[in-house]
Every structure is written in C-alpha cells, then in structure tokens.
Design a protein around this ligand. Structure first.
Ligand code: ARG
Length: 546
C-alpha cells in the first residue's frame, strides 16, 4: 500500500500536496496545534517514521510531511493500485445518416480515454457505441429514398447525400405524414423499408469506420438504438403502474423535472424509451457497477429524466452509479461555433487530415495532437479550437509530450549501444545525494498512482495531461542541465551529502555535479515509462523516434 493511504489512516483525513514543494510532500490541517502534535507523535511511533525525513507543525495546525529520498526512489517506477468492479463506458454514439460531428469527436476521444483509465486501474471495462440508428426521423429518409428512386442496386450515396434528403423532405412536405407511414413500415418489418434502412446504416457505418481508423479507436460493442426495438414494449409494460396518459401520450412523472415521454400520441416510441430499454438490457447482461455516458451537456435534462425513471423501474441495481459527463462544445477563435476554413460546418475528416498534414504527414503526431488538445481541457468546458496550440512543439501539447518521450528513449538506446542498462537501484542509492533537477523529477513521479485514481474518480483525463506535462517539463529541465551518459559511472555511488568527497581519479572536468550515471539512466527510463502509460491512456502513441 502506498504511504499516502497509511498516513491517511493514522491522520483520519485526506492528505494534500502543499502548494509549494519546499514545504513538504504532503500536508494536512489538524484542528489545533495540540491536535497536530498528537498526530505527529503517532506517526513518529509508527513504522512509517523510517520513510519520513521531516514532519512539523506550522501555523494554526498545518502538518507538513517531507518524505525521505530513499522512499521517493523506491517509488520511481510507480505501480497503480488495482481496483475491482465493472464499468461501462458508452461513447462516440454518432447518428446514422448524419455526419460524424465534432461533438461525437469529443465523445470518442474522452470516452476512449476514460475507458483506458479505468482499465489501467484494474476494472473490467465494457465499451458501447450507442449508435443513433432508430427513430421517426428515419421515416423521412426512407420516404425520400423511395421517392427519388435511390434504392437502385449500385446507387452510390454518401452520408452527405443522405443528410440532404432530410432537407428536401421538408421542402416538399409540410407534415410528417409520409415519414410516419414509412417509419411504421420499418417497424412492422416491411421488406423494402428494412432494405432501405439497412443501406443507410451501411453507408454511415462505412464512413464512421474511416474516422475510427484515423483516430485508432475500436469500441467493444455497437448495439445501437435499433437493437432495443423489441425490448421497448417490455419497458412500456413495466411502466404501467407509474406511467400516465397525457394528451394521448404516455408519460412518467419525474420529481423535480418535466415528465419523460415514453410513447408519443401516435404510439411511437422515443429516444428516452430506447435509453430505458438499454438500461434494462445492460443490467441483465452486464450488471455494471458504474455506467459512464460520454455525451454533450445539451442532453443533461434527458439523462436526468432517464436516470430517474430507470431507478423507478428497477433497471438500475442499488450501488450502480450512472454518470453523464456533459462535455462542452468546440468553439472557433471568435467564440462562435467551430467551422472549417471554407466556412461551412465542420467536416471532421477534413480537420483530422489537416492535423496530419500539419504534423508533416505523421498520423500518430497529428491525431495525437488533436486528442491531447481535447483531453487537456476540462471535460465540461468549451474548447476554443486553435491550430497554433494544437501543434505547438514547445508547450502543453501532444507533440511536445511525444517528443519528450522520444528524447528519453533515444538516451536509453544510446546507453544500450554502450552496453549500459539502468540497474535496479535500491541497494546502491543509499548514499546518493541528488541534484535539484533529479529531485524535482522524483518529487513528482511518485504521485502518478494518486493522479490516475483521481482522474478515474473525477472522470477527468485532463489530470493525466497536467501530470505528464509537468513530468515532461521537469525531465527536460534535468536533461538540459545534466549529462546522462558519458559521465563517470559512480558505481558504487559516492557519499557526497554533507561530506567532502575525494574526487576519484579520472573524473571528467565539469562533472562535479552529484549523481551517478546509473541513477540517471534509471530515472530516464522511469520517466519514459510513465510518459508512455500516460500517453497511451489518452489514446496517443508513444513514438520511439520523432
Ligand atoms: N446519438 C446521440 C446523439 O448524437 C447520442 C447518444 C447518447 N447516448 C445515449 N444513451 N442516449 O445525440
């Protein structure tokens, strides 16, 4: 167990990291200086004391704790605390016969990151792409496809063509009569209607697959709304005792919110009915402990209603949490909705391809830059899209982190070329006095397991971004100031701290700084490992060269 958890057990409250590192590695506020002294005594009497360099009270009862460097070194290759439980992440979820929007891009990127984070934490994770492939709007489409004779074998249509059919429908028709008729045909299993619908699904799924390939995203399942068609009558039946008729529609009253509509006045099912059916199905099939809905903030009310109704219907086991992430929008630099250079609404594929071009045709860098840019923002905030920031090589960006990782790898490759390997440091570092830059890396890297846990708890991949960015900066500061290879291998390391060591014969000039080659190599390897874990959680490739 990590020292943090053990300290928290003794202290009975959560530890923080002090705002300034020179104050200590952990701190906690005790009720009074006396209480603080009491707690300190307990810690000093515990077995933890041997890992603590200094512990003191400041002010009105702040306890500051500084960890021993030996402990920090022992945590140099941090291991995540393993959790158990089953988590579902529902993400991406684009709509058939509509273009894959930038909102779906956010959902795909954030959803995949959450999926990866939970997996790294040891959870059993199930992904589901809740495709929008059912609903009365398909009636319009089918009617138009039939009317314009677009159902012929070999007719090649793309999603854009399908989208235009909705527009044309509204031009020629004032009401939903034809649409409803055709959707009814679809629901009744009419052969032609099914065939046309399947064609739309096929066209869309093919285009979505191109985007998933570019993004290198694979989602475990894609049940889609249509899958729940037959389950919806069960939902309606289950709801009998809690639903009521309202102007011909069937609704469920939700305390504190408007009623949820289960059936429209024409008897048609709704988006919400399908979400209820989905929850019923998920409970039976997976019985998850947590379901994360990675969907934009504009659907907040919908999920409040669905979650409440699902609990009333017994579709959610006690102890199972349902969370809607409510991601924000993409905005253009002028604060308006994000559009492409040509001024039309954003064509996502165009944006992704431009990213690759801007990354000198390296897809891993271009796509990584887009993902990192998105994930480095708080999920709920709106994002102002800015190519400069997406691609900047010196700054908080995907390329900067990939570059830092590659830099660490190139050191290790060179070391290997010289027959050197980072050794197991534990026994030999006892007397190692580290320089400021090495310590800065160590004083950061031990926090990694805490950060991953927090990112999972708060559904906040941006915490992973913040962490690896800071790690990269600390590593680069160290790298720029100190040599790693081609220094005397102080092995066993010199006892330098406090002493006045004799210079060993043959020690090169300019290497008066403290530390050994082996330690630095290990540190480089450790930083590389954590950067790689972090990047991969974000769905970004850690490149060996750049
Ligand atoms: N297809 C929907 C849309 O694009 C998102 C689906 C969200 N998930 C859900 N279970 N309702 O708006």
């Amino acid at each position: 167990m990590l020292i943090r958890k053990k300290l928290e057990q003794i202290l009975g409250s959560k530890l923080e990291h002090p705002v300034r590192e020179e104050w200590g590695d952990y701190s906690v506020f005790a009720e009074s200086p006396e209480e603080a002294e009491k707690l300190i005594k307990q810690i000093k009497q515990s077995e933890l004391n041997k890992l603590i360099e200094q512990i003191e009270v400041v002010g009105k009862g702040f306890i500051n704790i500084r960890l021993k460097v030996e402990y920090l070194i022992s945590q140099m290759f941090p291991v995540l605390n393993k959790k158990t439980g089953r988590v579902m992440v529902e993400y991406s979820s684009p709509n058939i016969a509509k273009t894959f929007g930038i909102g779906h891009l956010r959902s795909t990127i954030i959803g995949q990151a959450l999926y990866n984070i939970y997996k790294s934490l040891g959870y059993e994770v199930i992904g589901d792409n809740h495709l929008g492939d059912w609903g009365t709007q398909f009636g319009k489409l089918l009617y138009m496809l039939d009317r314009e004779k677009l159902n012929a074998q070999g007719a090649t249509l793309c999603v854009e063509d399908l989208e235009k059919l909705y527009v044309r429908y509204h031009k020629i028709s004032e009401d939903d009569k034809q649409a409803r008729k055709w959707f009814k045909r679809l629901e009744d299993g009419d052969k032609l209607a099914r065939k046309l619908w399947e064609k739309c699904v096929q066209i869309s799924v093919r285009e979505f697959a191109r985007i998933y390939k570019l993004l290198e995203v694979k989602i475990d399942n894609a049940y889609g709304e249509s899958f729940y068609e037959s389950l919806m009558q069960e939902v309606v039946a289950d709801a009998k005792t809690i639903a009521r008729k309202s102007q011909g529609a069937l609704v469920i009253d939700i305390p504190g919110h408007p009623p949820l509509m289960l059936l429209k006045s024409d008897g048609g099912t709704t988006y919400a009915t399908r979400d209820l059916a989905t929850l019923k199905f998920r409970k039976d099939k997976w019985d998850p402990d947590l379901i994360i809905y990675e969907v934009g903030a504009e659907q907040t009310l919908h999920f409040q209603q669905v979650f409440a109704a699902a609990r009333m219907l017994g579709y959610v086991r006690e102890g199972c949490s349902l969370i809607h992430t409510k991601h924000g929008l993409y905005l253009a630099e002028n604060g308006k909705k994000f559009r492409t250079r040509t001024g039309s609404t954003v064509n996502l594929e165009e944006v992704l391809r431009e990213a690759i071009t801007r990354a000198r045709n390296n897809p891993a860098v271009g796509i990584g830059a887009i993902k990192y840019f998105d994930l480095s923002h708080n999920v709920q905030s709106d994002i102002v899209f800015d190519w400069e920031k997406v691609m900047v090589l010196q700054g908080n960006s995907g390329p900067y982190l990939q570059y830092t990782y590659a830099r660490a790898q190139s050191v290790l490759v060179r070391a290997k070329g010289q027959g050197l390997r980072a050794k197991n440091l534990a026994p030999s570092t006892k007397h190692l006095a580290l320089n400021e830059e090495e310590l800065a890396v160590l004083r950061w890297i031990y926090r990694w397991p805490e950060v991953v846990e927090e990112a999972g708890e708060k559904l906040a991949p941006n915490l992973i971004c913040n962490f690896i960015y800071e790690l990269a900066q600390r590593f680069n500061t160290f790298y720029n100031k100190h040599r790693i290879l081609n220094i005397t291998p102080f092995d066993p390391p010199l006892k330098l701290r406090g002493g006045n060591p004799a210079l060993p014969a043959g020690r090169p000039k300019g290497e008066g700084d403290i530390g050994s080659r082996d330690f630095r190599l290990a540190l480089t390897e450790a930083v590389g490992q954590v950067l790689k874990m972090g990047l991969e959680m974000l769905g970004i490739k850690a490149l060996e060269h750049m």
